[in-house]
Design a protein. Structure first.
Length: 214
């Protein structure tokens, strides 16, 4: 797989709590140069990035990284992100609701996020390292029924990141109805290519530069 092909599936990401505007500027410049699918940046930088790089496809995070914000807060985050220029929204599910078996609530929240987002892409982060297999299967149903565009494995802040077994499970449960984004711990060209081959449409990583060294 050519580097250019891999890059067009990458959400070039910087979400560390200490990230600076200078680092975001470098990320955005690289994304334009390398033709990545998008950047994924903290909400506080979206307006500045959109103003500075108006042609760039900007994504941001909602309810990040723990997911237990109220739905009303998440809706406000979505509205503000869109007003500031975001085209893609990576939201974290409420894992407390998942563990309580309140899957109707999870589905409802996803649906509300997607309704608010309209034609913008919504990716649902389920944090696979915290889930049982049955919970993962149930969440596939929530994501599909809620109308989201993607299911995403991880925040990158959990105990573990993307796993191939989860990609296989998601593909079995979702077919082609919902796309898959793998994120968390994907740092080599070999891993990026393997996740794409396994069926992922997007890769969330801060390590896209390794492709230019291979």
């Amino acid at each position: 797989m050519e580097c250019s092909e891999i890059l067009r599936h990458i959400d070039h990401t910087a979400l560390a709590p200490t990230v600076t505007q200078a680092e975001i500027a470098r990320l955005c410049s690289q994304a334009l140069q390398w033709k990545t699918a998008s950047v994924c940046i903290p909400p506080s930088f979206v307006a500045w990035a959109h103003h500075s790089y108006p042609t760039l496809n900007i994504g941001t995070v909602i309810g990040f990284p723990l997911g237990y914000n109220t739905t009303a807060v998440k809706i406000f985050e979505v509205r503000q992100a869109i007003a500031n220029g975001a085209r893609e929204l990576d939201m974290v599910v409420h894992l407390g609701d998942v563990k309580a078996g309140l899957f109707d609530c999870v589905t409802s929240e996803i649906r509300l996020m997607k309704e608010e987002a309209g034609d913008r892409i919504v990716k649902v982060i389920v944090e696979t390292c915290e889930l049982t297999r049955d919970e993962k299967r149930a969440l596939c149903g929530c994501v599909a029924q809620g109308g989201a565009d993607f299911i995403k494995t991880s925040t990158g802040f959990g105990r573990a990141g993307a796993q191939f077994a989860d990609i296989e499970l998601f593909r079995q449960e979702l077919g082609s109805a919902v796309k898959i984004k793998a994120a968390g711990g994907i740092r080599t060209r070999e891993a990026m290519e393997a996740f794409l081959t396994a069926g992922c449409e997007r890769i969330g990583t801060s390590s896209a530069a390794v492709l230019l060294k291979s």
